[in-house]
Design a protein around this ligand. Sequence first.
Ligand code: HEM
Length: 422
Amino acid sequence: MDLFSPGAQEHWYEAYPILHETEPVVRIPGEGTNSSTDGFILTKYEDIAMVVKDPVRFPPRIHQAIDLLQQTDPDTAIFRQANAMLLSMVSLRPDNELYRAHRQELTDPWVGPGANRHTEMIKDCISRLLDACKQQNEIEFISSFARPLPQMVMANVLGFPESDIPQLAEWGAAQVAAFVYGQGHRNILSPEQATEQMKLLAGFKEYVHEKVLEKRRSPANDMISWLTQVHYKALDRKLTDLEVNGIVYAMVIGGLETTQYAIEEQAQLLCEHPGLFNSLKQDRSLVKNFVEEGMRLRSPTQGLSTRVTLHDEEFQGIKVPKGSLLHLRYGAGNVDPSEWIDPYQLNLSRKAVTRHLVFSAGPRVCPGAGISRLEQNLAWQGLLDHLQDISYCDENSFEHQPGIMLGTLRLNLNLHWTKKQS
Ligand code: HEM
C-alpha cells in the first residue's frame, strides 16, 4: 500500500483501517534522511504522540539543516540559497529552549492564545464574504469562502493590504508547492520545479523586505510592525529585517491552505449528515466540538516527515534504527481505534475532543492553532446565522489535490438562506 502514489489521496481513509490492522508501522526502504537510511510511517496515535512530545529523543529533521547552516560561512552559496524562514530559525530558535521563547514571545500574542484580539476583524471578513454570496443559491464554496477567508485574515494580521491578496496567494502557493507536487513522503520537487519555486519566491522575499522597512519606519497596528519594534527578551535584542521576514514566511506557509482545507471538509461533513446543520443552529455551543471532530476526521495535514531517530527505537514491535526518518501520519492517528471509540463517527459529545493530533502536540505543536480554531468557529457561527442549511449540488467530483494535505479541489454547494435574506 503506497500512501504517496498518484491518486492515493482518494483512498487514504480506506487504507488507514487496513494499516492499523495489519501494518501500523510501514518501512520505506532508502527514503530516510539520505539514501542509506529508511523512512518509517507511524500510523498509531500512541507512537505519534510519544514522538512529538519528546523533541530531544526525536529531534525535528529541520535541525539537521540548522546545524549545517550554523557551521557554514554566511558568504557561501548554501547560506545565500536558504530561505528566510530557515535563516531566521538559525539565529532565533536553534534549540528547544529558544524555540519555546520564540513561540511565547513572538507568535503566541498574534496567532496562538492571543489570537482572540482578531475576533472583530475575522467577523468582518466573514460578513464581507457572505455579503458577496448573498444573492446566490449555488456557489463553489472553496473559491467563494474557504480559501479567501484565511487569505484575508492573514493579510490583516500581518499588515498586508487586501488588494495584494492575489499576488500573496501566488506566493503562498509557491511556498507550499513541495507539499502538493513533491514526490514521496519527503515531498521532493524536481530540479525544474525547485528552480521555478525559487524564482517565484524571490519576489516574495523582496516584497516582505520592503514592507518590513516601511513598517520599521512607521509602525501600524499589525504583526509585522510589532515584530520590527519588539525587544526579544530571550536574546536581549531587537529582530533583524531578515528575522522578521523569516517569521512572516512561516506564517504564510502555515496559515493559508490548512485552514481552508479544514473549513471545506467540515462543509462536506455537514452535507453528509442530514440534520446536523440544524442541530448546530439550535445549540451554538456544539460548534466548538463540531470543528474539533471535523478536523480529527478529515485532518488537513495528513502527515509530515519531520522527526528523526537519535537512537535505535522500536514501534509496535518493529525495529527502527538510529538515523531513520519518521513520517508522522496525523490523519491515521486521529482515527486509530486503539485511541478512539467509533473512530470514524462524528461524535459531538466525545470526551477530551481536542486531544487529536491535527496540529501535532507537545512543545512544537502548531503555533497557529489558536487563530485557525478561531477562524473555523467564527466561520461556522457566521454561516449558521445566515443559512438554514447547506447541501451538495449535483455536480461534484470530490477530487483531491495531490501531496500530503487533504484538499478538495472544488466543492459546489446549494445554500439555503434564511427567509430574511432570500
Ligand atoms: C487547520 C489548520 C492547521 C493545521 C492542520 C496545522 C498543522 C500543523 C502541523 C501538523 C504542524 C507540525 C508541528 C510539528 O512539527 O510537530 C504545524 C506547524 C506549523 N504551523 Fe500549523 N496548522 C494549521 C494552521 C496554521 C496557521 C493558521 C498558522 C499560522 C498562522 C500555522 C503555522 C505553522 C508554523 C509556522 C508551523 C511550524 C512550526 C515550527 O517551526 O516547527 N499553522 N502546523
